[in-house]
Write a protein that binds this ligand. Structure first.
Ligand SMILES: [Zn+2]
Length: 259
């Protein structure tokens, strides 16, 4: 289940056709005054492990902690990779897995700032390994967006960053890491109807948002609406959506390439 805890012969004995190898990615960046900087990677790893268990025949790689977080660098503790570094790092890991003969690799992202990178990775890695493997990339909370929307209490803007959603999840999974008494809500006022910072707001137009301009605390949304009980539901719904995707992904054809 956890790649890093298996022996080389155990990994060598895995069924190459049906095993889905999952690479969680996230970020190390400020999550308001009340949440740890590792939140995104902690969450994508936890959702990946539980979904792999639900789906079966799936192994979870150890996540690289860092992602693209340039827009958080004005806050202490944020660490960013350059976009090129993130693409190279993630690509090298996926290439290594495919070199061992695995045919289905899934990158599970937990950080909005990595969205552009995972689009590029799906295209470039998919092209590089066409005919040998299928590579899919997704952001777990986007995959479960409808179910999350049905559970949320906040208005649009209440789920953005260190918000109702993320705070609830960490309260459920790692309650000792949340300093809820330091949480402050921020509802940013978008300058245009085309711009939303909501986590599941479905923005179409892409633009650079520097978080220090959006929010004095770095929080976007309303952590006061968070609770461990909500976190349990958000987690279950995210795991279910990802587990169902893994099962479906396993059935996808590897195209025959005619030379
Ligand atoms: Zn986050």
């Amino acid at each position: 289940m956890r790649w890093e805890e298996m022996t080389s012969p155990e990994i060598g004995a895995l069924d190459r056709e049906k095993t889905v190898v999952i690479l969680p990615i996230g970020s190390v960046e400020q999550h308001g005054n009340h949440m740890p900087v590792g939140t995104d990677t902690i969450l994508s790893h936890a959702v990946s492990l539980a979904a792999a268990e639900q789906a079966g025949d799936a192994v979870v790689l150890p996540p690289p902690w860092y992602g693209f977080s340039a827009h958080h660098m004005r806050f202490p503790g944020s660490v960013t990779l350059r976009a090129e570094t993130l693409l190279a790092l993630t690509g090298d890991i996926v290439d290594s897995v495919i070199a061992h003969g695995f045919k289905r690799v899934l990158v599970v992202n937990g950080h909005g700032g990595n969205a552009g990178a995972i689009d590029v990775l799906a295209s470039t890695l998919g092209h590089r390994h066409y005919g040998a493997a299928r590579i899919a990339t997704l952001t777990y909370f986007a995959l479960a967006r409808d179910a999350i929307a049905a559970l949320r209490r906040s208005e649009p803007g209440g789920m953005g960053h260190a918000c109702e959603f993320e705070t609830s999840l960490v309260q459920h999974l790692r309650p000792e890491l949340v300093k809820i008494e330091r949480a402050e809500a921020t509802y940013p006022d978008p300058e245009s109807a085309y711009l939303t910072t909501d986590l599941i707001g479905g923005q179409v137009v892409r633009v650079y948002h520097d978080f220090a301009d959006l929010s004095p605390t770095g929080t976007l949304g309303d952590p006061a609406l968070a609770s461990p009980e909500a976190g349990e539901k958000f987690f279950a719904t995210s795991v279910k959506a990802l587990g169902e995707f893994i099962a479906d992904f396993r059935s996808w054809q590897i195209p025959e390439v005619s030379k």
